[in-house]
Design a protein around this ligand. Structure first.
Ligand code: GLN
Length: 260
């Protein structure tokens, strides 16, 4: 039986800064290279409530404050409830920069009113104002979320340091949610507490663009495995792919960051 995955893509036109659409392409290609039947489903203002029920894996990219606010307002209510239920049930997701901010309790922009978040992740984000420098640059972090760390150890025999690029004004502070990682180089959530991102059930939330998945393809495979295992309720492993270029790029970037 050929296995099928539907990847939900949140607001492709409004949320795709810094090449974040690369995460969707990476997941799609890595499924196709394993002969998995994959389809991409745009989830946005035009989508029906019912189509929000259809994804097996969900991807959200970054956005500027204005676009982010439009998305946050559109998602409130039933759409948010569906995403919450699906993530809570263990459906995997990857959310970058602006999307984790909107999954949190609220976002305080530099200008204008505080915006209600979806309340799926116990975190808050505050923008300190347009005169305070943004958190910009390459970022590297070690994964600390216990279940993800254990899964990667089992999959790869090691837990690679993740690399990416961050550019955010908002500073995120975690409540009762696990951090995704501990910063090795860069700012991470707020440049103060050393945490990077958040991890909830099987959802990765991070400030790392890159895009994240092409630079760290082991995370793409972990997401695909989780999506299939959740949908088909059976344990699987994926045929390995030649990730020589990505691995070497990741290591070279890390070396350069640590030598700075
Ligand atoms: N609007 C958010 C901020 O500046 C997110 C930016 C982004 O997604 N790159 O903090």
């Amino acid at each position: 039986m050929s296995m099928q995955l539907t990847i939900g893509w949140l607001y492709p036109k409004l949320m795709s800064t810094y090449g974040d659409r690369g995460n969707v392409i990476c997941l799609q290609r890595r499924c196709q290279w394993r002969d998995l039947d994959v389809s991409i489903l745009a989830l946005d203002q035009e989508s029906s409530i019912a189509s929000f029920q259809e994804f097996d894996l969900i991807v959200g990219g970054g956005a500027q404050d204005r676009q982010q606010e439009i998305v946050m307002r559109d998602l409130q209510g039933e759409k948010a409830q569906i995403i919450k239920e699906k993530l809570t049930s263990g459906i995997p997701g990857v959310f970058t920069c602006g999307s984790p901010q909107l999954l949190g309790k609220y976002y305080e922009p530099a200008l204008g009113q505080k915006i209600e978040g979806l309340g799926i992740l116990d975190l808050v984000t505050k923008h300190p104002g347009i005169n305070v420098p943004r958190c910009i640059g390459n970022v590297a972090f070690d994964i600390v979320a216990p279940t993800l760390k254990a899964d990667l150890e089992e999959m790869l025999g090691e837990v690679p340091t993740v690399v990416g690029f961050e550019n955010h004004g908002g500073r995120t502070y975690l409540g009762d949610v696990s951090p995704l990682g501990k910063v090795v180089s860069g700012y991470g959530n707020n440049g103060e507490d050393g945490y990077e991102g958040a991890f909830y059930q099987n959802a990765i939330a991070t400030y790392a663009h890159g895009p994240l998945l092409p630079k760290n393809p082991f995370l793409a495979d972990w997401l695909i495995i989780k999506a299939i295992e959740h949908k088909y309720q059976e344990k699987i492993s994926l045929n390995p792919l030649d990730d020589y270029l990505a691995d070497n790029g990741r290591k070279a970037m890390l070396k350069r960051m640590l030598n700075q």
